[in-house]
Design a protein around this ligand. Structure first.
Ligand SMILES: *Cc1c(COP(=O)(O)O)cnc(C)c1O
Length: 391
């Protein structure tokens, strides 16, 4: 008899007790807007920015309405405007090219390797086409950041990191988001901390931080921010930078702070699940697990693998048979389902064909690893995938 897995791949964990208590306290006060404070009170949003800046060692942090908003604000604060070209990953989530398109700017796509990181040779060849790279650490895979920064620095290309899948992760001990000019994080339900919607922007650049704070809708109240540059940084900007409202509120900040405090524990739990599935899928003939270099400090809330020799019909079968046994795989080579993640699905930005990237995405499968699972669940899941991939 074939076993069937009963767990849900979409169900998040309940929020910790401390987050629920913090939420009730904010609700009891009623002061949900970040600039509505009484004498001596420090808003939860301000405290969250301090917490996160301290955690990653950044000078400045801004909490905003979504990860996509953080990316848009970082790009705009970096001077990206209409018509300008921005390098970005051919394999990422739709809000990444969407943030570029929202500014009237134009994505220039860079390919993905079989290990699911940006193709640094392709990047090198395209560096003269733009002055900004929006780098997405898609599905939590981190490229050789030392080489990437050396290439970009030499070419005068500024780097904005999309860290939606790498909160808590690092390359060579330096957190993602700390390599480029700015790092952007999401606190949406399926990322590493959960406030439904939300985003965080970090930077050490005072001008970039001041612009982002003004863009987010700080009115003339920017001096209420503490993880922020001094007033001088705003002096010339405050009448120049438009208010593009996208603030975070105190309720979301309040439920995020206890989750951030527990992030390292969650990261270890995710990695235990990831490593259990990876162990179960190692040595499966015809199945390629992307390599995870020793310098990559990953937080794997999902796992990916390739079936390079199966061909589309057999992969579709594997997906269908796994689904019938309760294992939800996302196939990037199929018709877009749920969301889009490939450059050729974003028709607002024309792209030249990228055959190597196409070949990788055509055989790429992806699976979420919700924290409700345990390592026994992961062994079952890996066994099911192993059996179905071999049929
Ligand atoms: C979720 C996500 C974003 C954007 O985050 P939102 O908070 O949903 O706007 C950006 N990049 C990637 C890779 C994501 O998965």
């Amino acid at each position: 008899m074939d076993d069937i897995f009963e767990g849900s791949f979409t169900e998040p964990e309940p929020l910790p007790e401390a987050a629920r208590e913090a939420a009730m306290a904010v609700l009891g006060r009623g002061r949900l807007h970040r600039y509505t404070t009484v004498q001596g009170e420090r808003a939860e949003t301000v405290l969250l920015e301090e917490d996160f800046a301290a955690r990653v060692g950044a000078r400045y942090c801004l909490a905003v309405a979504s990860g996509g908003y953080a990316i848009g604000a970082a790009l705009r604060a970096c001077g990206v405007g209409p018509g300008e070209r921005v390098l970005t990953n051919a394999f990422t989530l739709a809000p990444v090219p969407g943030a570029i398109a929202a500014l009237g700017a134009v994505p220039v796509y860079v390919g993905v390797t079989r290990d699911l990181v940006i193709d640094l040779d392709d990047l090198e060849a395209k560096l003269d086409r733009a002055s900004v790279l929006l780098l997405s650490h898609m599905r939590g895979h981190i490229c050789d950041m030392t080489r990437l920064m050396a290439l970009c620095d030499a070419a005068g290309v500024r780097v904005i990191e999309d860290c939606a899948h790498t909160m808590g992760a690092d390359w060579d001990g330096v957190p993602t988001g700390r390599w480029g000019a700015a790092g952007c994080f999401s606190t949406q339900t399926y990322k590493h901390v959960n406030s439904g919607e939300g985003g965080l922007l970090i930077t050490d650049d005072a001008d970039l931080a001041a612009r982002a704070i003004l863009l987010s809708g700080s009115y003339m109240l920017y001096d209420r921010h503490t993880a922020a540059p001094p007033a001088e940084a705003f002096a010339d900007l405050r009448f120049e930078v438009p208010n593009v409202s996208g603030r975070m509120d105190n309720l979301r900040a309040a439920i995020l702070r206890p989750q951030l405090a527990d992030l390292d524990v969650a990261a270890r739990r995710w990695n235990a699940l990831h490593d259990a599935v990876a162990a179960g899928l190692a040595e499966v003939p015809g199945l390629y697990l992307p390599r995870r270099p020793a310098r990559e400090g990953y937080v794997a809330s999902s796992i990916q693998f390739l079936l390079p020799d199966h061909g589309p019909a057999r992969i579709a079968d594997v997906v269908a048979r796994c689904a019938a046994r309760g294992v939800a795989l996302k196939w990037f080579g199929g018709d877009p389902a749920g969301y889009t993640a490939r450059y050729d699905h974003w028709r607002y930005a024309r792209a030249e064909p990228m055959p190597a990237t196409d070949a990788t995405l055509a055989c790429l499968l992806d699976m979420r690893l919700p924290l409700r699972f345990d390592t026994d669940d992961c062994a079952t899941i890996a066994r099911i995938i192993r059996q179905e991939a071999a049929r």
